[in-house]
Design a protein around this ligand. Structure first.
Ligand code: PGA
Length: 255
């Protein structure tokens, strides 16, 4: 079932054990309703701890990236079975920081999506255009290309397990979120892509999240948009107070 107000916090390379414990203690006291409506993508080293603390408050815990291979000589990598063992149920895939800083290419991202699907980890596929691409009017072309590359040849049964996060690169960490209208237009395109390739039953169920400078100020107008089913939150997910407020606002607007 599509949950139209899902909030995923992306801690990126932040938070110590102590900070994570304090956050997880505060969160349920501040958030009005967590059950099935929130998730945290945490650093690998915090997965087991956060997954354990998340269980009683029923939020999903996942990784921010995962290896495309199952096991073997891949020094420094972490596999889907390892994150699963640590309590993860999902992983972000293809975040722009992975694509830009670590040169993850479309083949790698496609393989990561497939590896997640094979091992029962939900892929949260991140896509987004750069400022240059936006200025050149290439947003739609870039996003459709990223979706085609990542989801090529998936069956509708596989596709319906995926969440998509639209994160314009120019909006990440800049304080300048996309306007709700701009984001809605893109989300509609993404949903049409799913309808065209996997059928309307799948596209109606697919969660399409918006990410990029989501905070307690920007959440309300974004989540009001019909095709924005939730958000992926970086900076504002590092404090339990602001993350909880975002969850609360989203839940108030869309049950
Ligand atoms: P931001 O990051 O909320 O700090 O802009 C979002 C993200 O990168 O997922």
């Amino acid at each position: 079932m599509r949950r139209p107000s899902f909030s995923i916090g992306n801690w990126k390379m932040n938070m110590s054990v102590h900070e994570a414990e304090a956050f997880m203690q505060k969160l349920p006291k501040l958030a009005s309703s967590l059950d099935g409506h929130a998730a945290l993508a945490v650093p690998y080293t915090l997965l087991s701890l956060v997954a354990k603390l998340a269980k009683p408050i029923k939020i999903m815990v996942g990784a921010q990236n995962v290896c495309q291979f199952e096991k073997g000589a891949y020094t420094g990598e972490i596999s889907t079975s390892m994150i699963k063992e640590a309590g993860a149920t999902f992983s972000l895939i293809g975040h722009s920081e992975r694509r830009v800083i670590y040169h993850e290419d479309p083949d790698m991202i496609r393989e990561k999506v497939r590896q997640c699907l094979r091992s029962g980890i939900k892929p949260v596929l991140c896509i987004g255009e750069t400022l240059e691409q936006k200025t050149e009017g290439k947003t739609k072309k870039v996003l459709i290309g990223q979706l085609l590359d990542a989801l090529e040849n998936l069956t509708p049964e596989e596709a319906e397990k995926i969440y998509v996060a639209y994160e314009p690169v120019w909006a990440i960490g800049t304080g300048h979120a996309a306007t709700p209208e701009m984001a809605q237009e893109v989300h509609m395109e993404i949903r049409s892509f799913f309808t065209k390739h996997f059928g309307s039953k799948v596209s109606e169920k697919t969660l399409i999240l918006y990410g990029g400078s989501v905070n307690t100020e920007t959440i309300e107008s974004l989540i009001k948009m019909p095709d924005i089913d939730g958000t992926l939150i970086g900076g504002a997910s590092l404090e339990a107070e602001s993350f909880a407020e975002i969850i609360n606002i989203a839940r108030k607007i869309k049950l």
